[in-house]
Design a protein around this ligand. Structure first.
Ligand code: BGC
Length: 715
């Protein structure tokens, strides 16, 4: 089995959406969905840009798609050779994870169309494709190729005032509606055969028409370069896009540079997994491929949306997924990327301060769905009821307060793992102090006892809204407070200056008093109640709750959802707590809670299975972890996860699960732990795995970890 490629044979219309995700190519700056060269809006073709957002009217804010400069549609003797319009004799689509190259090979009656496409890992603004047309009969052929502006949008349109130029390169420029951000795409093409070329600006873009007489048995090759810049990259994006078009080398040279850049990525992070029949290794490669395709290597301060660059789903927003599920792989393999993710939070602190103030609190309350500059993308009505078609009031934005603690947690982890305090100095410490301040002002002191509580919250399990004392949230908040105290106690120059700048002395005194009263006490071996009153809810089985579902798209949470009044939870919550704070729990406590909560978990979020796998390794049951590993790692190959919520498309790639797959392999199966640059291992290999080998970056040095059934080595 080739563990570095995934191929699908045959064409099925119902696979179009999933294949758009599965076969995506990307480079962190943009993602190009795995659609055919000739497809457009209807098949959800899209070039998703990282970090560029727009709002159309009062619809949801979402990221902006760039015009598609790799558009190419062939007609032969006047007949459209478009997959879907014309029935293929053969069709095959492949993604090469190692090289980041997408291929299609479609045989129509008169012609075979093959293409290769990549989003250059060496040049973030560049997309490339090469079309190879092999004719089976003499024919009059016409290739329409250019920049298609008829874009897929969920809540668009987002681009207005298009202008078009046809020379020297094709160029289109437009502006976003809300913030007037210029977006430009230029295209260059080069054909290896004589043809008659005309150029035209049309309503849906700017195109070249290449007409030629094709001969039976002959192959005709054309390469395309599409260059994308926006106003966020600096002034004159149109000129820059054209300039880059002018600088591109031949397709082969660009491909070589792209492949070399991918090799560098893999040398920092590839996980060799032997065993499991190759399927597990391939899934893990696919997971890491998807993660690296969207990692913001081109930026200093940017994070990753919950559905990566596969579309506008989830409003292109950044969730806790980044800190809890993506940060671990990056901090252990490419710490610079971990910093880039965290700098995004440091730089968006003003948004978090504003949000806290809006709700009447002090400190930093980070957005649940963060967009550029820390704008909150989460709306009050985030779900539509499938029965009444009415918007449902959800409280994710208001009550999922663990988000601030999650960010502080990752900042602290960076410090602990690397021993490098540069992020703390660059603003990380300020984030922690402001998050702790938020929890101080959000906490309630009980009048009847000496406890402090966090009331009316939502934990990771979103099916139970507005609960009191969610154990995960209380622990995250208390941990954040203890980090703030530790920063002050370390008495560094920067912490002293910060405490003065933020006028933090009184907060510090209060933190010292409140933190021990908020921090949950976990008795040895005890079952942890997810929140106050959870154990009194109906203890219905998952099957019973599922049988109450009337419409497969209905939402299980909020007041009337089928899970809300039962102990069925959406995703790991207490189990996530035991995974993230291992030193607080004995193996027995972890196991007892795992065994209680696992059958009660729907795993309705792709974030869930990874936490169950990690904790199963903790109590040394890799056999229990395996199933959750396979589910996590294969999600984007199998097309798993939820695709629709009512009429809203919520599918896409699953970066959190992709990061989770690495976590299970490295932190779970290999038992990797790094503190202050010191590496330790505590392997727990499932019977399916013979060897695991992967690089770790510790104290700036790359070390290769090898784990076998006999033991482990570091080289
Ligand atoms: C999950 C959240 C997650 C979000 C984005 C939701 O379905 O419940 O925990 O952050 O998806 O991945």
């Amino acid at each position: 089995m080739d563990i570095w490629t995934f191929t699908q044979d045959g064409y099925r219309e119902e696979d179009i959406v999933t294949n758009g995700n599965r076969f995506l190519v990307g480079n962190g700056y943009m993602g190009f969905r795995g659609t055919m060269d000739e497809w457009g809006r209807r098949q959800m073709a899209a070039v998703c840009l990282a970090g560029v957002y727009d709002q159309n009217g009062d619809r949801w804010r979402e990221p902006v798609n760039a015009p598609n400069g790799l558009f190419a549609r062939l007609t032969v003797n006047g007949a459209d050779m478009a997959l879907g319009a014309e029935k293929p004799l053969e069709h095959r689509q492949t993604i090469d994870f190692r090289r980041g190259v997408h291929k299609r090979d479609t045989l129509f009656e008169p012609v075979r169309i093959q293409s290769e496409r990549f989003a250059s890992m060496a040049e973030p603004h560049l997309l490339r494709s090469r079309l190879t047309l092999t004719f089976r009969q003499d024919a009059e052929a016409e290739l329409l190729c250019g920049i298609d502006t008829d874009l897929w949008d969920i809540n668009g349109p987002h681009l207005f005032d298009y202008t078009y130029k046809t020379s020297p390169f094709l160029l289109t420029e437009a502006r976003t509606g809300e913030l007037n951000i210029p977006v430009a795409a230029a295209q260059n093409a080069s054909a290896d055969f004589p043809c008659e070329e005309t150029r035209e600006a049309a309503e849906t873009g700017v195109f070249r028409r290449l007409r030629f007489n094709a001969a039976a048995g002959q192959t005709y090759t054309i390469t395309l370069a599409a260059c994308v810049f926006t106003g966020l990259d600096g002034p004159n994006p149109g000129e820059r896009a054209q300039a880059l078009c002018g600088q591109t080398r031949g397709f082969a040279e660009d491909l070589t540079a792209h492949e070399a850049a991918w090799e560098a990525v893999w040398s920092a992070s590839a996980v060799e997994l032997h065993g499991g029949g190759g399927e597990a290794a391939r899934s893990l490669n696919a997971s890491l491929y998807h993660l690296h395709s969207i990692a913001p290597r081109h930026a200093q301060s940017l994070s990753v949306p919950a559905r990566g660059l596969s579309g506008q789903t989830y409003k292109g927003a950044v969730f806790w997924d980044s800190e809890i599920f993506l940060f671990p792989v990056f901090v252990h393999t490419e710490p610079e990327l971990a910093k880039t993710l965290l700098r995004y939070r440091i730089d968006t602190l003003p948004g978090a301060l504003r949000k806290a103030a809006e709700y009447g609190y002090r400190g930093a309350f980070y957005p649940w769905e963060s967009q550029e500059g820390g704008a909150e993308g989460c709306t009050d009505y985030n779900v539509t009821d499938v029965f009444t078609h009415r918007p449902v009031r959800t409280y994710f934005r208001d009550k999922q307060i663990h988000i601030s603690g999650d960010i502080a947690y990752a900042l602290w982890k960076y410090y602990e793992i690397t021993g490098d305090d540069s992020l703390m100095r660059e603003g990380g410490a300020e984030v922690i102090l402001q998050c702790a301040r938020f929890y101080l002002s959000r906490a309630h002191r009980r009048a009847d006892c000496d406890k402090t509580e966090l009331l009316d919250v939502i934990g990771p399990d979103e099916y139970h809204e507005r609960v009191n004392n969610n154990a995960f949230t209380n622990q995250m908040a208390a941990h954040c407070m203890s980090c703030a105290i530790a920063l002050a106690d370390a008495d560094t120059d920067f912490a002293r200056a910060l405490i003065q700048k933020l006028d933090y002395d009184a907060d510090l005194a209060l933190l010292r008093e409140i933190e021990p009263k908020l921090r949950p006490v976990f008795a040895e071996g005890a079952l942890i109640e997810q929140f106050d009153g959870y154990f009194s809810l109906e203890d219905a089985s998952l099957a019973a709750v599922r049988s109450r579902v009337l419409d497969e798209r209905e939402y299980w949470g909020t007041n009337h959802g089928v899970a809300a009044h039962t102990q069925i939870i959406k995703q790991a919550d207490v189990v996530a707590l035991t995974a993230l704070f291992p030193s607080l729990f004995s193996d027995q406590t972890v196991e007892r809670n795992w065994r209680y909560y696992e059958p009660r978990t729907e795993h309705g979020s792709s974030l869930s299975a990874c936490m169950y796998a990690l904790t199963a390794c903790r109590f040394r049951r890799p056999d229990l972890a395996w199933e959750h590993f396979v589910k996590t790692a294969s999600i984007d190959l199998s097309g798993g996860g939820k695709h629709w919520a009512g009429e809203i498309y919520i599918g896409g790639t699953h970066p959190a699960a992709n990061g989770g797959a690495w976590m299970i392999a490295a932190l779970g199966f290999a038992g990797l732990s790094v503190r202050n640059g010191e590496i330790t291992l505590n392997p727990c290999l499932p019977e399916q795995i013979e060897t695991l080998r992967f690089p770790v970056c510790a104290r700036g040095k790359r070390v290769t970890v090898t784990v076998t059934r006999q033991g482990w080595t570091l080289e």
